[in-house]
Design a protein around this ligand. Sequence first.
Ligand SMILES: [Zn+2]
Ligand SMILES: [Zn+2]
Length: 336
Amino acid sequence: MRPSFQPRLINDPFSDPGLYIPFLYEKRALLFDLGQLRGLSARDLLKITHVFVTHTHMDHFIGFDTLLRIFLGREKEIHIFGPSGFFTHVEGKLAAYTWNLVDEYETNLTLRVTEVHPEKILTRMYICKDRFEPQSEQIRESFSGILWKEPSFHVEAAILDHRIPCLGLSLVENFYVNIIKEGLKELGLSVGPWLNRFKKALYEKKDPSDEFPVTREERGTVIKEKTFALGELAQKIATISPGRKVTYITDIIGSPENYEKVISLADRSDYLFIEAAFLDCHKEIAQRKYHLTAREAGELARLSDVKHYTLFHFSPRYNHMADELEKEAKEAARRE
Ligand SMILES: [Zn+2]
Ligand SMILES: [Zn+2]
């Protein structure tokens, strides 16, 4: 069974952190962290709708310009989340450029920026035509762990300690709809964009007795092929399985408070992406710099009971020693 989203680290583990999460069957992607984005093509970048920035140290935020550059002049809204103080950092980036000609654009780009606090989330809009001046109105919502919610998935966050607030992130899929090819064949149906509409109806828990028209497109015209009851069609062409969970943890000190929060956020993830900046023999440096060691990363993978884990954000001092970091984490992940 293919997962419906396929997370991948943008860069090698010695380069800037960042997780790209494209969705299967949809021209859409999420991004965790905004480090150097050279590893993504323009096509990849244009799929991004939501960006979650753990904190604004340069290696996690320098990609903001790349993202802004590619979307400038397009009709698009991008939602960007970050920890407390995030508005100041985004506004600082936007203030670096001259925007005197943007009112001539025919399209409009909107940045919807959300700042995450322990009990509230604040959202401000920055509109290209207004030279990215912050809109006077600010939206305030309560925050109890969920940053973004859609019918098929949600994104959770925990505020962790990196001597500054740093977000830990989880993408949680509600359930997964898998299409049975033989079922399609038996009904004489071919694959097409209608499958997205079909899945969406299931994610939105539409009434099984609702009519569902299967359509195909010919030269831009939508043609109705057959109509089914949604539940009946689902029985013939779909299997439903538990959704996947992807967790991303980086730039945190291995403190008891962080451990507790990470274990609860990452609990039984299918994929955990976790920093392993230092070897445990350099734990003193790791603690001073508020980073995890490889042993701690492995331990957190074990304590969170994750299926797979991937290490990243290695300190350059271990150039050619990536194996050592992997080995140390592996031993800690296995230990009972
Ligand atoms: Zn950092
Ligand atoms: Zn970092």
